[in-house]
Design a protein around this ligand. Structure first.
Ligand code: PLP
Length: 447
């Protein structure tokens, strides 16, 4: 295991040296909610340019499952940089690219008769899946889910339905996408109760959509996050992904599993879909695969392949530094048994969050799989009115007290520390969170 530094959460304020001379004028479109200027990071800790230490419960937005600057990743990148950094991955071969592709194909659910297309990001892994699905089925339409997030380039954006601002002024993106409600039991779109609902949110696809306007034989692919990420860390009922998979099989529709945020051992299994006994046709991964070096991968059944040179390609896919980082990351996940660690630590974190739920009425729901945990904040547990301002205030106050957390969905907060985090650090983070929730609730008059 990586030795993580001692927890030394220095509150900013008078102790901060204020050496920041960062000019923000040249930075386009910013979603920054906390004024953090990072200087260095190690394990589960991050230091800003003033020397303040922070506990990272965000993993750089789900990118550092193995922790910041894991020595094996750092060494693999440095060693490769001395040999060659890049040689167009889709035009020439190199060993690391072949090795990483083989490892990932063997890891993907459903046997290893697979192929892979390497890219640089989550959104590109989805773009490749969209193009592959259209190419191989010669069908045009797609289905995705409300609260789903698949990226922001114009193809993947057409599948995304997480926040209206992500779509504003961009219409038309790709045509032919139907977005339907997800299995979000805490806020069921049909106001039904699980399990008496009979998973209507999945079954209605055939009974309503296919029956009235969407011929299933025109649908190329269904895009599914096994646990929704940006949309609020929503865990569907156990039967939901399986029901979607059965519908896909019945109509020759490809099932695309978006593991960009939930994959790489985060949920306690290597892939989040492994919790649901479903084998997708195409699997997309990115984020934590490169431990900080940009990479994306689209893994698919061999027979779906484009089989025509140039039908899809890019410059940086299979980049040597990214492949070196990816291979080192897979080694670490395996040798340090990070899926098991995520399962064990996730159970503990979930228990601690449930203790907070008992103390703070602003917590309406606690949910998650493995170390992909979240709380949803509400002003009133009966009406479930989203506590958006309170959520944002808690995020900022926690940051000021040394804990980096990230909102998701309308009023939820995600807790995704590196899978290598210690129990002591988990406790330290939950204690900061507890205090932030208490003080914000008091300030806003929420009992
Ligand atoms: C589930 C999911 N898919 C796709 C993406 C897009 O990935 P990227 O930001 O690397 O393009 C994200 C990003 O958060 C994601 O969470």
């Amino acid at each position: 295991m990586v030795k993580t530094p001692d927890i030394r959460v220095t509150p900013p304020g008078p102790k901060a040296k204020k050496v920041v001379k960062l000019d923000k004028r040249y930075l386009a479109t910013s979603t920054k909610s906390t004024p953090l200027v990072v200087a260095k990071a190690k394990g589960s800790m991050v230091w800003d340019v003033d020397g303040n230490a922070y506990l990272d419960f965000s993993s750089g937005v789900s990118v550092l499952n193995v922790g910041h600057c894991h020595p094996k990743v750092t060494k693999a990148i440095a060693d490769q940089a001395k040999l060659f950094a890049h040689f167009a991955g889709t035009d020439y071969y190199h060993q690391l690219q072949a090795d990483l592709s083989e490892r990932l194909c063997r890891l993907a659910p459903g046997g290893c008769d697979k192929k892979i297309f390497l890219s640089n990001s989550g959104t590109e892994s989805i773009e490749a899946a969209m193009k592959l699905a259209r190419w191989s089925t010669q069908r045009k339409q797609f289905i995705s889910f409300i609260n789903g997030f698949h990226g922001r380039t114009l193809g993947s954006l057409s599948l995304t339905a997480s926040k209206a601002v992500q779509q504003e002024r961009y219409f038309p993106s790709a045509p032919g996408v139907t977005r339907i409600p997800y299995g979000y039991c805490y806020r069921c779109a049909y106001h039904l109760e699980y399990p008496s609902c009979g998973i209507w949110c999945a079954k209605m696809i055939e009974e309503v959509h296919f029956d009235t306007y969407l011929p299933p034989e025109e649908v190329a692919a269904f895009f599914l996050e096994p646990v929704q990420g940006e949309g609020g860390y929503i865990v569907p009922p156990k039967e939901f992904p399986k029901t979607i998979s059965k519908i896909c099989n019945a109509h020759g529709i490809l099932l695309v599993d978006d593991e960009v945020q939930a994959g790489m051992a985060r949920t306690g299994r290597f892939w989040a879909i492994d919790h649901f006994d479903v084998v997708p046709d195409i699997l997309c991964t990115a984020k934590s695969l490169g431990s900080g070096v940009p990479i994306g991968a689209t893994i698919f059944r061999s027979e779906l392949d484009w089989q025509k040179n140039g039908a899809h390609s890019n410059t940086f896919g299979g980049n040597a530094l990214a492949c070196a980082a990816g291979l080192a990351t897979l080694d670490i996940v395996e040798s340090e048994k990070l899926a098991e660690a995520a399962e064990r630590k996730g159970r503990y974190l979930n228990r601690r969050l449930r203790e907070l739920e008992e103390r703070h009425s602003i917590i309406g729901d606690v949910r998650g799989l493995g170390l992909m945990q979240a709380t949803e904040f509400v002003l009133d547990r009966r009406t479930k009115e989203p506590a958006v301002k309170a959520r944002d205030a808690i995020e900022l106050l926690a940051f000021k007290r040394g804990l980096i957390i990230l909102g998701c969905g309308k009023s939820s907060m995600r807790y995704i520390p590196p899978l290598t985090i210690s129990k002591e650090m988990l406790d330290a983070g939950v204690d900061v969170l507890d205090g932030a929730i208490r003080d914000v609730s008091r300030e806003m008059g929420i009992r």
